[in-house]
Design a protein. Structure first.
Length: 281
């Protein structure tokens, strides 16, 4: 089902995600297309939109706090030696059209625009696939092409001087429950031990739902995970951790994240098995 500004993804006829292409949001939130609500097969919502703690968190999507100084994340900008600072530097991701749109996925084109100029052109490929009666997978690939005549770099608060804050890239703002989710990877557990480190996959688990995010390309698996559980539930794959990511004119950076969305709590073995099924490895 589609409307003027949204596409609903389905698995075996069940709606599992709504993709909003042209949200009406203030400039300070860096307007961009997003997926929300995303649900389990039983119908439990596993995303949040503009929550009170971080109004610029928009469900599931791609958000980058520093593209040559433009904020495509939303909110304040981290400035070296000044800290988080309110700046009039917000960009927007503009949906320009679908190349493909089916009940289980789509291919979309986006323009990343700042002050009237296009910096990046994105091709976004999203697909929903059933795995088991209680789990499905969201396959999300984004390709960012530098359409300017000059080299372009992507940064994060970490590369700008704030240790441990390498957020920027694919980001999933999860639903806040009464108890913070447990975070674990194949060989580590707890926010402090999984945050800022690469791993083949990372899980957020609650009694009601589990998300298992997996890098599906070598480049994506090399990116560290950005993880929050105590302050709020969210996880992302960091494009710029220790150094800025450079994209030459005409070149493209590609990342692919596959997320298992499951009802109930998965243990490490169950999470690993579903990732293998979802990613095909």
């Amino acid at each position: 089902m589609t409307t003027d500004d949204a596409t609903v993804l389905r698995v075996a006829g069940r709606p599992v995600a709504r993709y909003v292409t042209r949200p009406e949001l203030p400039a300070r939130l860096s307007p961009r297309p997003y997926l929300h609500p995303v649900t389990t097969l039983a119908g439990t919502t596993v995303t949040e939109l503009t929550p009170a703690d971080h109004a610029h968190h928009l469900g599931v999507g791609v958000a980058v706090p520093d593209v040559e100084g433009t904020n495509f994340w939303g909110g304040r900008t981290y400035v070296r030696d000044r800290g988080p600072t309110e700046l009039d530097n917000h960009g927007a991701q503009r949906h320009t059209g679908f190349q493909l749109r089916d009940p289980d996925g789509f291919v979309a084109e986006l323009r990343w625009v700042a002050a009237g100029a296009e910096l990046l052109r994105e091709r976004r490929t999203v697909a929903a696939t059933g795995l088991t009666p209680a789990a499905w997978a969201l396959d999300f690939t984004f390709s960012l092409t530098n359409v300017t005549p000059d080299p372009l770099t992507i940064g994060s608060p970490a590369t700008n001087g704030r240790p441990g804050a390498a957020y920027g890239g694919f980001f999933w703002r999860a639903r806040k429950e009464d108890r913070a989710p447990d975070a674990f990877t194949p060989d580590a557990e707890g926010e402090d031990r999984v945050h800022g480190r690469p791993a083949d996959w990372l899980a957020l688990a609650t009694d009601r739902w589990t998300l298992v995010l997996a890098g599906a390309t070598d480049a994506t698996r090399r990116d560290p995970w950005f993880v929050r559980t105590a302050e709020y539930p969210g996880v992302g794959s960091s494009l710029a951790s220790e150094r800025r990511l450079a994209i030459a004119p005409g070149d493209t950076a590609v990342r692919r994240i596959v997320t298992v969305v499951a009802d109930g709590r998965l243990d490490r073995g169950e999470a690993a098995a579903l990732v293998r099924k979802a990613v095909g490895t």
